[in-house]
Design a protein around this ligand. Structure first.
Ligand code: NDP
Length: 281
């Protein structure tokens, strides 16, 4: 049976450490501040934004949510971002995605000052990751690496296979694993014979968005399997991994819910505190 990578417990430990760092900044008169821009009324986004606000509250951070109407123009969104770039109380700015379809996501993200880009999606931070320079790392990939390291799973020289090549999960997690000296294979919907790749993986990351997509026969015995997927099936949240069967083959497995998702908000808090620490130095 696989060892469970318990995101809930890890996130609790992380939040306790972050609380100390936030308190140290506050003692110096610098309360870290996070601003979240939410455009429109997507129900899932509302939940995410609420959870982020709650995490800020738990750590005593300044939290500001800017709600803009669905029909907000690109210009108005960018003006709002620029105001926050100039606001000295705000260390981190996050534009909740997805944006309504008439808005240009890439252009909006580029408006965020890179040092306040706590999601790590700005082209400068993505470029820093890809060139091995320090910068803000996207929260979910950062959380995945944190999980692997906390479980002391060896990375250097190991075969890592990532399914999914999005800019927010697949590509940055592949880069982080490469920086840890894994031999990385990045798979996607055009990959031929996916299982032949996944069966070689010592570390397998599934970021596909398809319920129970990774089956036990695709997993190398003893592998560390990280399930990033969040899928809703009959009102229940399930991951991309067929948990019940993969659990019998894998060495380590992150559950959904209670796995990677729990780490993501923790890493957002860490990125915000780090931004405040950089400014305070
Ligand atoms: P995207 O839809 O942007 O990317 C999905 C990727 O899966 C694409 O690269 C796609 O390939 C690939 N894919 C689709 N079908 C197949 C297939 N049959 N075989 C191999 N690859 C395939 O999703 P995201 O990266 O944004 O998110 C992935 C999942 O992770 C979602 O369930 C999402 O909800 C979840 N998520 C969870 C987070 C967390 O905090 N836990 C945070 C962010 C996302 P191609 O590029 O060729 O189309």
């Amino acid at each position: 049976m696989a060892v469970l990578l318990d995101g809930k417990a890890l996130a609790a430990g992380l939040m306790a450490d972050l609380k100390l760092r936030a308190d140290a900044l506050k003692a110096r008169g610098k309360t870290p501040g996070l601003a979240v821009i939410l455009v429109g009324d997507d129900p899932a986004s509302q939940v995410y934004v609420r959870n982020k606000g709650k995490a800020c509250e738990d750590l005593g951070l300044l939290s500001e949510t800017i709600r803009l109407p669905q029909e907000t123009s690109q210009q108005d969104l960018e003006t709002q971002i620029e105001q926050l770039n100039r606001d000295p109380r705000i260390d981190g700015i996050l534009v909740q995605l997805p944006l309504p379809r008439h808005l240009d996501e890439a252009v909006a993200l580029r408006r965020i000052a890179p040092e306040k880009d706590v999601d790590g999606f700005h082209i400068e931070n993505a470029g820093r990751l890809f060139t091995g320079q320090s910068g803000v790392v996207a929260c979910t990939p950062k959380g995945i690496l944190y999980m692997l390291k906390k479980a002391q799973i060896p990375l250097a020289g190991k075969e890592a296979v990532v399914i999914g090549r999005s800019n927010i999960v697949g590509k940055p997690v592949a880069m982080l694993l490469l920086n840890e000296n894994c031999t990385v294979t990045l798979c996607h919907s055009r990959t031929v014979d996916l299982a032949a790749h996944t069966r070689r993986a010592d570390i397998l990351v599934a970021a596909v968005g398809k319920p129970r997509f990774v089956t036990a026969d695709m997993v190398k015995p003893g592998a560390a399997v990280i399930d990033v997927g969040i899928n809703r099936v009959d009102g229940k949240v399930v991951g991309d991994v067929d948990f019940e069967n993969v659990e019998k083959v894998a060495g380590y497995l992150s559950p959904v819910p209670g796995g990677v998702g729990k780490m993501t908000i923790g890493m957002l808090m860490e990125n915000t505190i780090e931004a405040a620490e950089r400014k305070a130095h």
